[in-house]
Design a protein around this ligand. Structure first.
Ligand code: CA
Length: 631
């Protein structure tokens, strides 16, 4: 009875929510075509790092006195500042002016960001009503979970481990919803005493016991939209059965960070604050079901900071049915090595009609069509969007970190890619050509040898001037030149290339994309001691490659005592740890050896350095090499 009443009470609000959601959805799709929206009269400015605080003070003083700007906030330690302009002042002209200032590293508009959901479907209901009224709807939870093998993962997860923290950066969370209360899944800041009006842990936020509300700039955690609660339920739902009432104790913690308002809209300055908050307060996974705006250097820097701190950043690819390779969506398109860009799939493993895609920029698929999850006021509802696909990946990432707490975000990402299942609908639409599998991912984390290293990354290497006139700047983590080369390489632009020219352009593109640091690392690894010290031999043997419990087949083309070159259609990312069973040239024998992917070409040819080649392996290779030609 109580639940019925709640539904009634909620109905009128819900009608408004649905309407505004759809209206926004239309607006955001439209925004793709036009110049990106930004908060009127606000800018973000980063001063060059060599600027000392005295200089920063002088700069701010000058901005205030000469330009009548007012300081809205400062990111301490970053030399980055958020300004409001004098009424009537043009964002474009001030940004242009500041860019010419030798003290300024970058100046940009405060872009508007929006949730990536096409809105709720049908009326939210109580769980009892979900079960009673529509058994088919109730089973929809299971229908979504079956292909991604969620329930297998729940029972395979270690029984006791420290719950990792997932920050859900969104519209907030109904922290009093039964699902989150019963499971005990809402993050509690251990350093903060509730309601004493004191910033006990001195993190800059007073009484931030359950995250922070950047919209109201207070500790009051609410969800006046519904999106954040839905997304959080999916994160939790990837890790346990959220329909089994009472719920089991959660394996993870959700840190709600509200930066999107009741209309699902927020600013880059608040998103950036939320990301720094999440990373600095212990989140290992950041779930980001939102996007929009132009290329923002401050947002890119925040994600790069998360990478530096070994945190995974999962981002929705967007809902405009468009190709992110040519029409970038941010933050999904920032080429930071810890970022996973997620497309939405249907229950039948098709690419959802609304989902963005991109064979170079969208990494993988995950269920995002008519997904059941939690809704404020103890209700449940269905929604579609890359917003819904993203938190499944975030939930898996958290389960993996739970199994291997020292694993960094970069390795988690690689293992998630390797554990995903190829589906034909994604073959030309995503980088991995594959859809999430939670069980495979979990098992690969259990079996993984943790690699503490990750490639060096310098955000400045992919920074683009955030020109208002060019929303496509930095499309694939570069500048206009890169975008053009990408278009040329894919034959999509005027004067498109073909054949060998196309390959050349592709390699040129790759070289432009890789920062000099990364390039030197790659070169060092490729021409490294393993390649140099040992003679390589031509071989044509099959190899079975395992990641966790997933296995694929490829061909070995060269072999040495240091490693192999292998060809396979599956995705292997540099740095990934693989277990190989390599067949002898005569097919009678095989060796088992572990290795690390040290280089790759066109996602097809890979160099794998042996990690634990024992005497048996060494002597087998020596024996085989007597019948092989030198490479
Ligand atoms: Ca605090």
């Amino acid at each position: 009875m109580g639940s019925q009443r709640r539904v009634q009470k909620f109905k009128s609000t819900y009608a408004v929510l649905t309407f505004s959601t759809l209206a926004l959805w239309g607006a955001s799709a439209q925004a793709q075509q036009q110049s990106p929206e930004y908060v009127p009269g606000e800018i973000i400015v980063k001063l060059k790092s060599k600027s000392k605080s005295m200089q920063a003070q002088a700069f701010i003083g000058k901005a205030v006195s000469e330009k009548s700007m007012s300081l809205k906030g400062t990111w301490s330690g970053l030399n980055m500042h958020h300004f409001a302009l004098k009424p009537g002042q043009s964002v474009e002209s001030i940004v242009a002016e500041l860019k010419a200032d030798p003290e300024v590293e970058y100046a940009e508009p405060n872009y508007i960001l929006k949730r990536q959901s096409a809105g709720f479907e049908g009326e939210p209901m109580a769980m009892s009503d979900v079960r009673a009224a529509a058994s088919s709807d109730y089973s929809a939870f299971a229908q979504t979970n079956a292909p991604i093998q969620a329930s297998q993962a729940w029972s395979a997860a270690s029984s006791s481990a420290t719950p990792p923290v997932v920050a859900v950066i969104d519209t907030g969370l109904d922290i009093n919803h039964d699902v989150f209360v019963q499971s005990g899944s809402v993050w509690t800041n251990p350093g903060e005493i509730p309601n004493n009006g004191i910033d006990d842990d001195r993190n800059g936020y007073v009484d931030d016991v359950h995250g922070w509300n950047f919209v109201s700039n207070s500790a009051a955690m609410v969800d006046d939209d519904g999106h954040g609660t839905h997304v959080s339920g999916i994160v939790l739902g990837a890790t346990q059965d959220i329909t089994a009432i009472p719920l089991e104790p959660a394996k993870i913690r959700i840190m709600p960070l509200k930066f999107l308002d009741g209309n699902g809209s927020g600013s880059t300055s608040d998103a950036v604050k939320a990301i720094y908050y999440a990373v600095n307060n212990g989140a290992k996974v950041l779930s980001n079901s939102w996007g929009g705006g132009g290329f923002s250097n401050s947002l890119l820097d925040a994600i790069a900071y998360a990478y530096e701190k070994k945190v995974v950043f999962v981002a929705a690819a967007g809902n405009a049915s468009s190709n992110n390779d040519s029409a970038p969506t941010y933050p999904a398109n920032y080429a930071v090595p810890n970022l996973i860009s997620v497309a939405a799939t249907t229950d039948l493993d098709g690419l959802a009609s609304f989902s963005n895609y991109g064979s170079r920029t969208v990494h993988m698929g995950s269920p995002g069509s008519s997904i059941w999850s939690t809704y404020p006021n103890d209700l449940y509802g269905r929604a579609s969007g890359t917003s819904m696909a993203t938190p499944f990946v975030s939930g898996l990432a958290a389960l993996m970190v739970r199994e291997a707490p020292t694993m960094n975000g970069y390795q988690v990402k690689q293992l998630i890619f390797n554990a995903s299942v190829p589906v034909s609908s994604l073959s030309s639409k995503t980088v991995t050509k594959a859809r999430l599998n939670i069980y495979n991912g979990l098992m690969s984390a259990k079996g993984a040898s943790v690699d503490p290293s990750q490639p060096e990354f310098n955000a400045a290497s992919i920074r683009a001037p955030s020109s208002l006139a060019d929303p496509g700047a930095g499309a694939i983590g570069g500048c206009g030149l890169v975008t053009k080369m990408a278009l040329d390489a894919s034959g999509g632009g005027p004067g498109g290339l073909s054949g060998p020219q196309k390959n050349l352009a592709f390699f040129a593109l790759m070289i432009v994309l890789i920062s000099p640091v990364l390039l030197s690392v790659a070169m060092r690894q490729r021409s490294g001691k393993n390649q140099r010290r040992y003679t390589r031999y031509q071989i044509d043997s099959s190899v079975r490659v395992k990641f966790g419990d997933r296995e694929l087949v490829g061909q070995v083309s060269t072999i040495s005592l240091g490693g192999v070159q292998l060809n396979t259609d599956a995705w292997l990312e540099k740095g990934g740890i693989v277990k190989m069973s390599i067949q002898s040239p005569d097919g009678r024998d095989q060796i088992e050896v572990e290795g690390k992917v040290v280089w790759s070409e066109e996602q097809k040819r890979y160099g794998v350095a042996f990690a634990n080649a024992n005497d048996t392996v060494m002597s087998a290779i020596n024996r085989w090499s007597q019948t092989l030609l030198k490479a």
